[in-house]
Design a protein around this ligand. Structure first.
Ligand SMILES: Cc1cc2nc3c(=O)[nH]c(=O)nc-3n(C[C@H](O)[C@H](O)[C@H](O)COP(=O)(O)O)c2cc1C
Length: 328
């Protein structure tokens, strides 16, 4: 499949995730095999008003390519301008968010709110395409609710307006994350467009990746499962190529990745902030390990990296030690 000049074969994309897919996390997923990256979403009004915290989301590194900057909003003028400003950061494409379900965003007509107002959606797509010479892509949901699923109209519309790749999270806005993503829509969407289609929603294992490709979509996007396990990209690629599974990462490997992530985050945003924000990641990196409540409670007390490293490594060694070794 192609996005502009970029040729990709069965790509795996890391989903855009606010407060998660920052540069340190993106880099880890890239190293583990993610082929397409996106920034966290940036509000077009904040971009236009030059809000520093939002513009920081535009920071990208050459090692991350191909990467798209994602913007959202419902005012065509602001979206056009935000696309032009995003282009200055030299991403490979600009992505339009038409899928965010969060109440305060969707209810004011941004994100998935565009699905309730197709004329406005169309005007926004055209504005973004006008605003940049880069390829424009879009990410959306099936529709607002189950009675108004309009993804086929949306898919046709975005292609006609010049969008060059479409990612579909196979749920409605009203579903949020409830229920199961309905992948049966991917085949139907594929049938009405000729631009590449990226499937998204509930991909949690290498088998899921294969099943989603079986629907006919051109790429597979992974969000939450990558937070728990960046290895999913490499493991899925190995499975697609050989039909066999790479071993699951060991506890030591997970601990080391957790620490690498923390150190990279500290370099990016400063040690104290990185340590505080990293607290949400311990549960996911250590998922499935018995008795982590006490460990986590201990880690929450620290505000610097050193004691965290020490405590986590000690936990990994102790938990990996054989328990049935006979006494000497
Ligand atoms: C913490 C979090 C933040 C998210 N932020 C964004 C975002 O900024 N832009 C976006 O298009 N989708 C965002 N999403 C939605 C994901 O990109 C993805 O569509 C969704 O999680 C479904 O995929 P999954 O089942 O693989 O997680 C976010 C999801 C999560 C869990």
């Amino acid at each position: 499949m192609r996005i502009g000049d970029i040729e990709l074969k069965k790509p795996l994309a890391l989903a855009p995730m606010e407060n998660v897919s920052d540069p340190p996390f993106r880099r880890i997923c890239k190293d583990y095999g993610a082929d397409i990256l996106y920034t966290e979403f940036a509000n077009c009004e904040a971009v236009v008003r030059d809000v520093k915290r939002t513009l920081r989301k535009f920071e990208i590194d050459d090692a991350e390519r191909p990467i798209g900057i994602q913007i959202y909003g419902n005012k065509p003028d602001s979206m056009e301008r935000a696309a032009a400003l995003a282009e200055e950061a030299k991403p490979d494409f600009i992505d339009l968010n038409a899928g965010c379900w969060v109440r305060k965003i969707a209810m004011r007509g941004d994100g998935a709110g565009l699905l309730r107002n197709l004329p406005r959606f169309e005007a926004v797509v055209k504005a973004v395409v006008r605003g940049t010479r880069l390829p424009v892509t879009a990410k959306t949901r099936l529709g607002w609710d189950e009675d108004t699923i309009n993804i086929l109209d949306v898919a046709r519309m975005v292609e006609q307006c010049g969008v060059q790749m479409l990612a579909v999270h196979c749920r409605t806005r009203v579903q949020g994350y409830k229920g199961e993503a309905d992948w049966s829509w991917l085949e139907k969407v594929k049938a009405v467009i000729s631009i590449p289609l990226i499937g998204n929603g509930d991909v949690r294992s290498p088998e899921d990746v294969r099943r989603m490709f079986d629907t006919g979509c051109d790429g597979v996007m992974i969000g939450r499962a990558a937070i728990q396990n960046a290895w999913i990209f490499a493991r899925a690629k190995h499975y697609l190529a050989t039909g066999e599974h790479l071993p699951e990462p060991t506890l030591s490997e997970r601990v080391e990745l957790c620490l690498r992530h923390l150190r990279a985050a500290a370099e990016y945003k400063g040690e104290r902030r990185a340590v505080l924000e990293h607290r949400k990641h311990y549960a996911t990196y250590l998922k499935g390990e018995p008795n982590i409540a006490k460990l986590r409670a201990g880690l929450m007390q620290f505000e610097t990296i050193e004691p965290i490293e020490e405590r986590l490594r000690r936990f990994a060694v102790r938990s990996s030690a054989p328990t049935d070794t006979p006494a000497p």
